[in-house]
Structure formats: C-alpha cells, structure tokens
Write a protein that binds this ligand. Structure first.
Ligand code: GLC
Length: 804
C-alpha cells in the first residue's frame, strides 16, 4: 500500500493520503532552533536540546498530538477544518490534502468546501524561530468570511520531563499576555525584578512568543484549557467552534498561543499570513513579527534561500543510475538523512526526546562519514570537535557534553564524570571510529596538512591530529584482554553485548587492525619510518592472533567473554552466526579471499531476509550469557536478531569491496526505504528515511521498522553506496573508481565535486559485469588502471570508465 510518491525534481516526498500508518515526519531548523513536524502537523520545537530546551509540547506515544495547528472556520455555516488533515480529521471523501516534505521545509496543502490552503512550515536560514506561512484561496464563486486560528502549545517548562510530569511545579511558573499581534509567554516572570546576575537557583525569565503577521489579530487566547474547552480536544476546540477567542491569558496552569483573524475573501482571492513562534525577548519578538508584514514576499524569499542552501549541499554529489530508488536515496533522502543525523546526533525525534545531554562518541564520529562527500567543511569542524573529546590516554569520552570544554573535562576515570553522564567506563570502540572518518575526510579533500593541526585533548594537553590517532592506537594497545586482543571494556559497537572488561570483541579487533592500516598510510605520507615498523609488527601480530583464535571453519566468531566463553561459535545453540564480524573481517582487509567469500556466503544463507540481514541468529532466548543484554528484547527485535539497519551499510560495503555488485545492491534494495514505498502497511516508517531497525524473521511483525531518522544507518548505508556500489574511493593523492553494481546496469553517471574540480563521470558496462575496469579515460586520456591521480584533474573533468 502506498501513501505518497517521490518528486525528485523538487526533492520532495509528497504524501497524498494523510492517514499514514505512523506519523511521517520531517526535520526543520538547526541546532539553535529545531522543529520536528509530521504529515499531520504534529510535532514539537526546541532550542538546542530536545529535552532541556523544549518550546512546543508534544506528547509521546499518544498518536500524533499536539502540533502546529491552523484551523479554518466558515463563519456562514460554522463548519470548520484544519489546514492539515488532523486534528479536525474531516472525511477524506470531501477533504483533500497533500503534504510535501522537502529539504528543511514542509508544505501542507488542503482543499475543502471551495477553500484551498497551503501552509509552508520552515525555520529561516540562520534564524532561531519558526514560520507557518499560510496562503488561503477562495475557489468558490461567493464571498467567504473565514476565521483562521493558529494554535501553538507551549511547554510550561523548558525541561521536557518537568513539563510532562511535575505539574505541581511547572504549572505555576507560566503566564501569557497579549500585545498588539502576539502572545507572549513568560516562564518565571516573577523574577523580573531580580537584578541581572543574581539568578535564583539558575532560573531567569524565559520569553516565548506566538505572533501573527499579514493580518490583524482579532481575538486571542493564552490558556490551553480555555482554548480547547473541557471535554473538547484538538479536533474540536471550543475557541474554534465559537469562532472567536476569549482574549484571556493564563496565570498558572497551561499557557498556549492561539490567535484568530477574520478574513474576507472574494471569489478567486488569496491571502497570505504567517504565524511565528520562538523563544525571544519581547522586543526582539516584536521586530520578528513586524518583519513579516509583506508576508508573501518575505516568506517566498526565505523559502527560496532555504531550498537553494540545501539543494546546493546535495548538488555536490548526484547520480543517475537505472534504479530510481537508488537515485532518490543517494541524491536526496539518504543524503538529507545523513545531514539530519550529523546535525542532531540522537537528540530528538518522535521516539526519543533527547534526554541524553550530549553527543555519543561512536555515533557522532560515524555520522560524520555520511556528509564528507557533500560538505567536507562541515565534517572537519565536527572531526575537530570529536578529537577534542578524546582523552589524552587515547580513549574517547563515551558522552561528549553539549557544554564540552576541551582541555578541562573529567574522564570516565573520575567519579564526577560517571555521575554526571551515567557512563561508567570507556568503551572499546569509540576512538577507533576516528580512523575511517579522518581518512575519508583527508582523502576527499586532499587536506593532508590536517594531520599536523594541533587539537587539545579532552582533559589536558594537546597534540596534532596524527598524534591523536597514535594515542588511539595506544589506548587499544594498553587495554588488551586475556588473549591479547583489544579488551571488551564497557561495550563495543553493540550496546547490548557486554563481554566484560577483559573480554574481547572480534569487531573491535577488526577495527583495530583496520586502524593500523589507515595510520600506516598517514605514517608513510609523513615518512615516519620508525612508526611504520611499529605498526607493521603489531598489525601482523594482531592479524595472526585473530586468524588463530577467531576463525571458526566458515565464519568469524563474535568474541570472548571475560570468563573465557566463546561467543558466536558454530556449535552454539543460539547466536552462533553474527553479521558484523563477517562484514568487518572484509572491510578491515584481514580476511583472505577464501574466508571473505565463505563468511559472506554464510551471511547470505543464514542471515539474509527480504528486508535485509539480521544481526545474528538464532536470537537469544534460553542460552544468553550474562552480558547478552539483547535477550531482554523480543526475539527478532533490535539487537536480538532484528535487522539492525546500520549494519546493512557494512554488508553492502563488504560485498562491494569483494566486487560482488549483485549482492551489494540486493542488500541495499532490501532495506532501502524508497524501495518499500508501496509496502507502507508493512514497513510503517517513513519511506524516505532510515530507521534504527526492522523487525526480523523471528517477529510476527516481520518487516516493520522503527526509530526513524536519527540513526547511524544513514551514514553507513551512504558509505556502502558511494564508496562501495558506486566505487568512489579517494585516497591521499587522487581517486580510484571501482564500481560494484548489478549486472543489468549498462551505464550510470555521477556528478561529483572533488577538490575544487567538477567531475562528470560516466561508467559504461555493455558486457554486464558486476565489477572491474577495462579502460578509464580522463578528458580523453587513457589511464593505466582505475586510478586518477589528482594532477590530471581539471576544473571540468570528463571521466569515462568502461567496466566490461
Ligand atoms: C544504537 C546506539 C549505538 C549502538 C547501536 C548498536 O544505535 O546509538 O551507539 O552502536 O545502537 O547497539
């Protein structure tokens, strides 16, 4: 079943049926001011933190309310509806709607009883407030009088939890007043006479506003209960039914912003108005609202700027292949998903309120990889930030606080850090993610000087980027387990696998092996011969050890527990086959060809399903060891044999690195949201963004997906596709092109900006190969293999690769 379609020309997903199986949402704004909005206008806004900077309320787990509602009432017959299908929810026989989710904006169109409307929701570029720009047209042949009411439900407390459950406090610090064209909500208004600098218990007055521009505010209401009316709901607010609001603010209980304006529309006439929401002092709020008097002109310009900004970012890498699902994901939706995850980390969604007060180390370092080919300048800033959160012993801070102060932070070795963040110890993998991320950045840009940039450590001292990476190697070297493989510490990538402090994880061992390969490339560039010898010796040792201990006939095991138990053996009754050790054995370059192909075949035979490969099999149930936390999940769910989507990216990459284009593409298609556009009743999640996982074959809801948008899947699948399937493999000195594609693709094209040059790449495959390169031409000149040294690139470079 499908509910909408991709409009690639506008980079929009258009929802044509509003009764989607779940709220299908979009992200607006920036870390300064974030807004999440569903196809029925449900959602919330926040400044900086979804948990601690909450401005608009949203009730989790309660369908999809409240939201940014605009009600329209015909004053002749008193019928009313909303500009989004919900909350009024008119019969879909008479009410037609379309929701266009675009890059950082959402447009809601509705047609009902001769009135058409379009609301454009967005946060203007570089601003920290939101705009709901309504265009409303009288399509009927008689003059109409309409009361249009905007409703924004403020939280009473910026802290989401306090707002929801501590009403004995939060309801008594809020009040709203009206001024000219806006409602002003004040929290802690009683502190207005307390001198600056003498904050009471860190509390000051907080001001929010809900304003109207482009029309006169004819009536208003600043109290939720007054607006909705007892025993009414968002679908039939008393204030809307009455056609006029009671001009009362709140003093205690629940504040809100509701403003009505009465519009007279002649046949064919259109009016443009805008509602504005933000957290601003009153004078600034007044200025903002005043700035929208020429509503149509201002909003049009702002939307154009916003679109140009995002489309500009996406334009740095565009593909044209025979697969429209692949194209729409790579060109628009996976790319935009990567940016959202990059910007928000795991901050806020409809399934997570952002209580974690900072950035997870591994998540954030991985997320960076998804935008390097599109916005290396954004990526490198975040890389610097994450390097500055590396402790001088080389380990990463498991949680990097939003208030991170490089050089002055406590570490997991300090009780204060543990108490503040709830993270009791280092994790084995955190700093190891830096290697592929830094390498991808330096290779994309050729910015080898970055290696010498000096960056502080989290707690004390500083060092060059090169030194930071060496310390990460030291960290793993200094934390070895019983077999001298990297120790499990608190956890590896899998949060639900606690092998114990001295346990050992093959995933981390592969990461460590790979890290040494990468650092060796940098060491060679720096001619650091002594360090090269050190790396060679240790990598060889580690490689032999892994081969000796971890290869179990046809698969790599998952690791050893502290007490010496082997996890992931062939003969284990449960969890005897794991996905990540197989893909990472290949990605790390450790597996020999035979092992690689054998392990990948096992994955395909044992773990693959029509929605992607499950994380392990069989799920834990009866035989979970102490650290197998995944057993708490229903079988087939999340880390307990769910299709953990992030891992799809790695299996795509692994297959592609082996030249198995068919397999790589199969894994892509199985879990690609766009490829499930007509299976919405099964997938449920948005068909344009990734989720954390899909329920596996052991679940009765096989194929249903969860935890939308903010997921490491965005970046790993992007890397799997760009570096793997499309074969864009830059190194320090140029670009290797090594596609691994489905045989049936006869041709594809890429437009890529690379180190100041624009590359137009055409790949031809008349012989239907899955991988390989017969000939490569750069501006007509034949190269000796599939590598393009940077020196031959020109401003406009034409590249032609013949695969077969
Ligand atoms: C979640 C966590 C991530 C972890 C993954 C697997 O996505 O955010 O840190 O690696 O689960 O457990």
């Amino acid at each position: 079943m499908k509910y909408g379609y991709f409009d690639e020309s506008k980079k929009e997903y258009v929802i044509t049926r509003p009764d989607t199986p779940a709220p299908w949402v979009n992200y607006l704004g920036s870390p300064e001011y974030g807004a999440i909005i569903s196809n029925n206008a449900g959602g919330y806004s926040f400044a900086k933190s979804g948990a601690n900077g909450r401005i608009l309320r949203y009730v989790f787990n309660q369908f999809d309310e409240p939201g940014r509602y605009i009600y329209i009432r015909d004053n002749e017959n008193r019928d009313y509806w909303s500009a989004s299908w919900q909350p009024v929810g008119k019969s879909l026989d008479t009410y037609k709607s379309e929701c266009h989710h675009g890059t950082a904006y959402t447009k809601m169109k509705a047609v009902y009883d001769g009135i058409s409307s379009e609301v454009r929701y967005y946060v203007p570029l570089d601003q920290s407030y939101e705009v709901w720009n309504l265009g409303i047209t009288n399509d009927s042949d008689r003059e109409r009088e309409l009361t249009v009411t905007g409703y924004a439900e403020f939280t009473n407390n910026s802290n989401y939890e306090q707002d929801q459950v501590n009403l004995q406090y939060s309801q008594f610090i809020t009040r709203t007043v009206f001024c000219e064209n806006r409602i002003r909500q004040m929290i802690h208004a009683n502190l207005d006479k307390i001198e600056n600098g003498k904050e009471i218990d860190h509390k000051t007055v907080i001001n929010r506003f809900f304003g109207l521009a482009g029309a006169k505010a004819d009536s208003w209401c600043g109290e939720k209960e007054e607006f909705l009316g007892r025993y009414h709901g968002y679908g039939n607010p008393k204030g809307v039914e009455d056609g006029v609001l009671n001009n009362r603010g709140n003093y205690n209980e629940n504040g809100c912003g509701a403003i009505s304006t009465v519009l007279h529309l002649k046949p064919g006439e259109t009016r443009e108005i805008a509602f504005l929401v933000g957290m601003k002092e009153d004078d600034e709020a007044a200025e903002i609202v005043a700035g929208y008097e020429n509503t149509e002109e201002v909003c049009k310009k702002e939307l154009e700027e916003l679109t140009a900004y995002w489309h500009g970012k996406l334009s740095h890498f565009q593909v044209k292949t025979p697969s429209k699902e692949f194209d729409t994901m790579i060109n628009t939706w996976n790319a935009y998903n990567c940016f959202m995850t990059f910007i928000w980390s795991r901050a806020a969604s409809f399934t997570y309120c952002g209580l974690r007060n900072g950035y997870g180390y591994r998540d954030t370092v991985q997320d960076i990889q998804g935008v390097i080919h599109l916005a290396p300048e954004m990526a490198v800033d975040k890389i610097r930030f994450m390097l500055s959160a590396q402790v001088d012993n080389g380990g990463g801070l498991p949680l990097v606080k939003f208030t991170h102060n490089p050089g002055h932070e406590d570490t997991p070795d300090d009780a204060s850090y543990v108490q503040e963040t709830g993270h009791p110890a280092y994790r084995a993998d955190d700093a190891l993610w830096l290697f592929p991320t830094v390498y991808k950045y330096v290779s994309e840009t050729g910015d080898t000087a970055f290696m010498d940039e000096v960056i502080p450590f989290a707690n004390k001292d500083e060092g060059t980027v090169y030194e930071h990476l060496k310390r990460a190697i030291d960290f793993s070297m200094n934390h070895l387990g019983k077999h001298s493989m990297p120790a499990g510490l608190y956890a590896d990538w899998n949060d639900c696998l606690r092998l114990g402090k001295d346990g050992e994880s093959t995933f981390v061992a592969f990461q460590f092996y790979y890290a040494m390969t990468i650092l060796r490339i940098f060491a060679e560039h720096k001619k650091d011969t002594e360090y090269i010898a050190f790396l060679d010796e240790n990598q060889k040792k580690l490689g032999n050890l892994i081969q000796e201990l971890c290869w179990d006939e046809d698969r790599f095991i998952r690791g050893f527990t502290e007490s010496g138990e082997t996890i992931g053996k062939r003969t284990d009754p449960e969890a005897n086959m794991w996905l990540n050790p197989q893909s990472w054995a290949v990605i790390s370059g450790l597996a020999d060809e035979k092992q690689a192909d054998c392990a990948l075949q096992q994955v395909y035979d044992r773990l693959n399903t029509e929605y992607g490969a499950i994380l392990m099999d069989p799920p834990y149930h009866e035989h979970a060891f102490d650290g197998a936390l995944a057993v708490i999940y229903n079988a087939g769910t999340k880390e307990n044999a769910g299709i953990f989507s992030q891992s799809q990216g790695w299996i795509i990459l692994a297959e592609a690195l082996r030249g198995h284009g068919e397999r790589a593409f199969t894994y892509f298609m199985e879990n690609a949201p766009a490829a499930q556009n007509d299976k919405a009743e099964i997938r449920r999640l948005e068909p344009y963004c990734y989720g954390q996982f899909t329920e596996g074959k052991d679940s009765p809801n096989f194929g249903r997906s969860h935890v939308h948008w903010l997921t490491g899947t965005a970046s790993t699948v992007m890397v799997g596709c760009v570096e793997g399937i499309l074969g864009m493999r830059p190194d320090l000195y140029g670009l290797r092109i090594a596609p691994s594609i489905p045989k049936e693709w006869e041709m594809f094209e890429i437009d890529k900006d690379f180190r100041g040059c624009h590359l137009h790449i055409t790949v031809k495959n008349p012989g239907h190969a899955e991988s390989g390169c017969k000939k490569l031409f750069v501006n007509g000149q034949e190269m000796k293999d599939n590598y393009i040294p940077q020196t031959v690139l020109t401003d406009e470079t034409d590249i032609e690769l013949i695969m077969s």
